[in-house]
Design a protein around this ligand. Structure first.
Ligand SMILES: C[S@@+](CC[C@H](N)C(=O)[O-])C[C@H]1O[C@@H](n2cnc3c(N)ncnc32)[C@H](O)[C@@H]1O
Length: 244
């Protein structure tokens, strides 16, 4: 689904959006994160970084379960009120895209674009309510790939949903390589979902060369099928670890 329309990524190569007019916020829930990243109970109680987190409710819902997640995103420099206004301004635009592209998605769980909108809005509302507390507790951080302000192996797991591969037509293979190396610097394991571009029907063209290059550099890469498929064929996750 078209979410953030990352024109800023094209213009600046991945730097902080200059204004919220450049982004279209859209966020997923804890239940979706669990299935997208095949997260076990052990994974959920480990130190997790959600990179490119946007207005997902993952962090808020994890906090309710008593678990701490750090989420980072360039849009966290904006206030909840600003992000909320932008969500309202762009909500119907995204739903229109969903209607136009409905054949690219499986409408099993979400029965219709309208229901999709309701579910996403519920997740984003949870994010918005939680965001000020999360900022004050340091669980939302303004940061962007390919350079993150975290220590080596500060996290057990770095998750990246709907950023890498999703915008393959805008982000180069060099950007993807630098981003995954950085995720593996700050976490013992990186997981990226999905492997398909936005509205695509096959794996991103970056997947094979990225795995080949990272394997040659001493990383261990694996593709795992996960119990989540909304975009047709989009049920694969990439796992990457440094082999020491
Ligand atoms: C499509 S949203 C995904 C949100 C959330 N992960 C989810 O799946 O619901 C992509 C997010 O990546 C963020 N982003 C854009 N460029 C980035 C970068 N260079 N590093 C980290 N995040 C970035 C955007 O601001 C946006 O919030």
């Amino acid at each position: 689904m078209a979410e953030y329309l990352p024109e800023h990524l094209v213009r600046t190569g991945g730097s902080v959006p200059v204004s919220l007019d450049q982004v279209v916020p859209w966020g997923r829930s804890l239940d979706e994160y669990i299935r997208m990243f095949d997260l076990s109970e052990g994974d959920l109680s480990s130190a997790i970084l959600d990179c490119g987190a946007g207005p997902a409710s993952f962090n808020a819902e994890m906090r309710h379960r008593g678990c701490t997640v750090v989420s980072c995103d360039p849009i966290f420099r904006f206030s909840a009120a600003h992000i909320s206004r932008r969500i309202d301004d762009t909500y119907y635009l995204i739903l229109e895209k969903a209607v136009d592209n409905r054949d690219k998605f499986l409408w099993h769980e979400m029965k219709s674009p309208e229901q999709l909108g309701i579910i996403r809005m519920a997740a984003m509302k949870q994010f918005l309510e939680h965001f000020p507390l999360g900022i004050s507790e340091g669980r939302y951080r303004v940061a962007e790939l390919p350079s993150l302000p975290f220590r080596d192996f500060e996290f057990d797991l770095a998750l990246c949903s709907h950023l890498l591969f999703t915008y393959s037509h805008m982000l180069s293979i060099e950007f993807h390589l630098a981003a995954v190396r950085e995720l593996c610097r700050v976490a013992r394991e990186a997981r990226v979902f999905p492997l398909m571009p936005n509205f695509g029907e096959n794996r991103s063209e970056h997947v094979a060369p990225l795995i080949e290059q990272l394997t040659a550099e001493g990383y261990r890469c694996a593709i795992r099928t996960v119990p989540y498929e909304f975009q047709k064929g989009g049920n694969e996750m990439l796992l990457v670890r440094r082999v020491d």
